[in-house]
Design a protein around this ligand. Structure first.
Ligand SMILES: *[C@@H]1O[C@H](CO)[C@@H](O)[C@H](O)[C@H]1NC(C)=O
Length: 318
C-alpha cells in the first residue's frame, strides 16, 4: 500500500499532463501550473508507461465494472479560487472528461454521473441558467468535436426527467444520445435532471401503464373467444420494476464516489446501490484526479470479498 501511494505521488505530474491533453482535445482552457509546462515529451511517455504498469498491477485484483460519481464541490472550488461559479463547473467538466479516459484505460465500462438533481432547480435562477447554458455548450462541443467520444467509443445516455430541461438543452441531449447509441465501448450515463425517488415513481407508472395495456388486450382477446395469458394479474416483482428503471440493462454500481468529503447519497441511485462501496474522498470534484481514482479502486478491492459474500448471501435468502 505504502509503495503504491508513493508511486501515486510521483505520478501526479504525469497524470495532470494527461488531463491537459484531454482538455486540449476539447479546446478548453484550464489554468496551467508552471510544473505542467516544463514536462518534456520523454518524461511524459515514461510517466504514461508507469501509469499503464500500475493499472496492469491493479487489474490483478477485482476491477469494478461500474463507477458512479456524485460530482460535488464545483462551487466550493470556484469560491476557494475566487473565480466565477460557472468557471468552477467548467473545470469540473474537464475533470469528468479526464476521469472518463482514465476509466477507459482501466477497463471500467460503465460510468454514471450525477450532473443535475431535480432539487437543483431551486437554486438561484441565474446559476441554473448558467449551468444549463454550459450543458448545452458542452453537449454541442461533444457533437462537433468527437475526439474524446471516438477515443473511448463512448455511448452517452441522459437519465432523468428530460422534459424539465429547456428545449435547446433537451434537443442537444437527444441528438447526442442518438448519435452515440451504436457505440459499444464505454457507457457514460449523465443523470440530469434526476432524483432516485422520481426514477422509482416513474418506473411504477410505466409498469402500471404496461399492465393496463395488457389487461385491455386480454379483455379484447377474450371477447373474441381467444385464449390469452394472464400476465396482467400477476404480482409486481422487483425484476419488473428493474426493467423500467433508467438503469435497465446496466449492472449496479460497484463504487459510488462522492467528492469533497460529503457522506450523503442525496437521492442518487437508491434502488441500485445495495451492494455498492461508498467513498467520500476529500478533494473537490475539479481536483479529482487519476491517483484518487486508483486509490478508490484499491479501497474497493480491499472490501471486495466482504461485498461478494453479502451479495451471495442475499441471493441465497431469496
Ligand atoms: C424528486 O423529484 C420530484 C419530481 O419528479 C420532486 O417532486 C421531489 O421533490 C424530488 N425529491 C427530492 C427529495 O428531491
Amino acid at each position: 500500500m505504502a509503495f503504491i501511494s508513493a508511486l501515486l505521488l510521483t505520478l501526479r505530474k504525469g497524470t495532470d499532463s494527461f488531463v491537459c491533453h484531454a482538455v486540449h482535445d476539447l479546446k478548453m482552457e484550464k489554468e496551467k501550473q508552471p510544473d505542467e509546462i516544463v514536462t518534456t515529451g520523454v518524461l511524459e511517455s515514461l510517466q504514461n508507461f508507469i501509469r499503464k504498469c500500475i493499472v496492469a498491477v491493479l487489474s490483478y485484483g477485482p476491477m469494478p465494472r461500474h463507477i458512479a460519481f456524485i460530482m460535488d464541490g464545483n462551487r466550493r472550488y470556484a469560491k476557494s479560487r475566487s473565480i466565477k461559479e460557472g468557471a468552477g463547473h467548467r473545470v469540473g467538466f474537464s475533470a469528468l472528461m479526464a476521469s472518463l479516459l482514465y476509466c477507459y484505460e482501466m477497463g471500467v465500462k460503465y460510468i454514471t454521473v450525477y450532473a443535475f438533481s431535480i432539487d437543483n432547480f431551486k437554486r438561484d435562477p441565474t446559476e441554473v441558467q448558467t449551468l444549463m447554458e454550459l450543458m448545452e455548450e458542452k453537449i454541442n462541443e461533444l457533437l462537433e468535436n468527437r475526439n474524446v467520444i471516438n477515443k473511448v467509443n463512448c455511448k452517452i445516455n441522459f437519465w432523468g426527467n428530460l422534459d424539465m430541461l429547456s428545449e435547446p438543452v433537451r434537443l442537444a441531449a437527444q441528438k447526442l444520445m442518438a448519435s452515440t447509441s451504436r457505440n459499444a465501448g464505454l457507457v457514460l450515463s449523465v443523470c440530469m435532471p434526476y432524483n432516485s425517488t422520481s426514477e422509482i415513481a416513474n418506473a411504477v407508472n410505466e409498469l402500471c401503464a404496461e399492465r393496463r395495456d395488457m389487461m385491455q388486450r386480454e379483455h379484447a382477446g377474450s371477447s373474441n373467444g381467444r385464449a390469452v395469458g394472464s400476465g396482467a394479474h400477476s404480482d409486481i416483482s422487483v425484476a419488473d420494476l428493474d426493467r423500467h428503471m433508467y438503469t435497465a440493462g446496466c449492472p449496479d454500481p460497484d463504487i459510488v464516489i462522492r467528492t469533497s468529503g460529503e457522506t450523503r447519497l442525496s437521492n442518487f441511485l437508491l434502488w441500485q446501490t445495495t451492494f455498492s462501496h461508498l467513498q467520500n474522498p476529500e478533494p473537490l470534484w475539479p481536483e479529482f484526479s487519476w491517483r484518487h481514482l486508483v486509490w478508490a479502486i484499491l479501497q474497493y478491492q480491499r472490501v471486495y470479498p466482504y461485498i461478494e459474500q453479502n451479495r451471495i448471501q442475499a441471493k441465497k435468502q431469496l
